[in-house]
Design a protein around this ligand. Structure first.
Ligand code: SF4
Length: 116
């Protein structure tokens, strides 16, 4: 059995979690202050996921803050960042506008700010 130490990122408490791993599965979780920590640890051990935040260029020279609409696999972040760097948004843009559909596994890239 392997013990993996994790810091839960689901809330500002940052609980220190010990996940017990056997046969590539999480078989026990300790140190979590609430049930969300157990779910986080189980996911982190099997397939870490993250929401990606970044910026893209716009046609008026301003930078537009963006994020993925849902978490993506941590292993795919580099590939997604390369796609984000190729995007040039056409203004005006409103919060929630989809800038790129299906940037990863059915996840869209959306604007998180308004730009005229
Ligand atoms: S385990 Fe619960 S209380 Fe602890 S950091 Fe995660 S979400 Fe917050």
């Amino acid at each position: 059995m392997i013990i993996k130490n994790l810091t839960c990122i689901e809330c500002p408490m940052g609980c220190q979690i010990q996940a017990s791993i056997e046969n590539e599965k999480c078989v026990d979780v300790k140190g979590n202050g609430c049930p969300r920590g157990k779910i986080y640890a189980e996911s982190e051990v099997v397939c870490p996921m993250r929401i990606v935040t970044s910026t893209v260029k716009t046609d008026n020279g301003k930078m537009l803050p963006v994020k993925t609409s849902m978490p993506i696999k941590k292993a795919e972040i580099f590939e997604v960042m390369e796609k984000i760097n190729q995007i040039k948004a056409k203004t005006p843009v409103r919060i929630g506008d989809v800038l790129k559909e299906n940037i990863a596994d059915g996840v869209n890239l959306i604007a998180t700010s308004n730009i005229n």
